[in-house]
Write a protein that binds this ligand. Structure first.
Ligand SMILES: [Zn+2]
Ligand SMILES: [Zn+2]
Length: 344
């Protein structure tokens, strides 16, 4: 029987439509992915084309005498600009802030054909450390209220550039959605004296049914009220409000966890398009006891349609428990070796 489940953290309702449920493996769309070259002459992110992008703000390694592994550049077509001041104007019913913001692109590798799911964990850790370096820097800017780190992989996830990259947008305002989630978390803390995410993690670890993987410092799980099939969250096991609080040891573990999660999706669901996003406390809420940061991976296997737009409720056709069981069984180490063996 279908059921409506409520997301504990956001209070949003989701229809888990088991009547039209599909087996997890049926969600894999075996599309003909064209073979991708490791270098594309006209790609602005490929090595040798650095002049096609704005000057970089950061690179690894820092020395210009050796080839780069990761570059951070301002987005050439930035949604917001760092060259204006966030001046706020209120005129009758209209409220506006000048388009101030920072929009970075993180070029994850010089190799055009590489994907995070198949990279060595140490490369993924390097990218995550770059996220943190920029996140920490931008958090100190008093004009910035909130930072979103995200990746769009594939056309259904909204990317137009094939070369592996992620993005970071820092804004001078906090969205209503982020604000409301904070208020739920604060209210829960006031009512019960504990972080609602820590409570949820404890329960999930006890029940085990939605857990995908557990490592020393992180847990990957399917949400009880997952709005979409295989929407996977990675939570730090230690209470931490901000992504900026991650220690060096935890970062290496997070890289392993993220890479393994992406590899399970890659091998289990035939390289689906996906987004991931890091949900972290706004700059003004660093260190709070009531919010817990996490990384959310959302494979784009279904489309948002009229019901979702009209009701704000999603329909999920895969039981989160079945999705977790399916992902647990995808052996990423074996799969990774097989993939490596197939590459000359
Ligand atoms: Zn490229
Ligand atoms: Zn917590």
């Amino acid at each position: 029987m279908s059921e409506l489940r409520q997301n504990f953290a956001t209070k949003e309702w989701v229809v888990i439509a088991t009547e039209r449920a599909r087996r997890p493996e049926e969600m894999a769309r075996h599309r003909d992915r064209k073979p991708v070259a490791s270098f594309v002459a006209n790609c602005p992110f490929c090595p040798g084309n650095e002049k096609l992008t704005p000057p970089e703000v950061l690179r690894v390694p820092a020395s210009m005498d050796v080839p780069w592994h990761v570059r951070v550049i301002p987005n050439k077509f930035a949604a917001l600009s760092r060259d204006v001041q966030p001046t706020r104007t209120v005129h009758r019913s209209r409220r506006v802030v000048n388009g101030f913001g920072v929009h970075d692109v993180i070029i994850e590798t010089p190799d055009h054909s590489q994907v995070l799911a198949l990279m060595p964990d140490s490369y993924v850790a390097e990218i995550l450390r770059i996220y943190k370096t920029r996140y920490d820097e931008l958090s100190l800017d008093p004009r910035i209220a909130h930072i979103t780190i995200f990746k769009n992989h594939g056309p259904d996830a909204g990317t137009s550039l094939e070369h592996p990259h992620s993005q970071m947008i820092a804004t001078p305002v906090i969205s209503l959605q982020v604000r409301e989630r904070f208020q739920h978390a604060l209210r829960h803390f006031d009512d019960y004296g504990e972080c609602m995410f820590c409570q949820m993690l404890e329960e999930e670890l006890e029940e085990q049914t939605r857990i995908v993987m557990v490592s020393e410092h992180f847990v990957a799980l399917e949400l009880y009220a997952s709005p979409a099939p295989f929407c996977t969250h990675i939570y730090p096991r230690r209470h931490m409000a901000s992504f900026g609080d991650v220690s060096t040891a935890e970062m290496n573990d997070l890289a392993r966890m993220l890479r393994s999660t992406l590899a399970k999706l890659y091998h289990g669901l035939a390289d689906p398009d996906f987004n991931f996003t890091i949900r972290s406390a706004p700059a003004e809420n660093v260190g709070v006891k009531y919010f817990h940061w996490y990384l959310s991976v959302i494979p784009r296997l279904t489309r948002v349609a009229g019901f979702e737009l009209g009701s704000g409720m999603f329909i999920n056709t895969v039981l989160p428990e079945a999705a977790a069981e399916f992902l647990r069984k995808v052996d990423v180490e074996i799969a990774k070796d097989a993939a490596a063996g197939a590459t000359p």
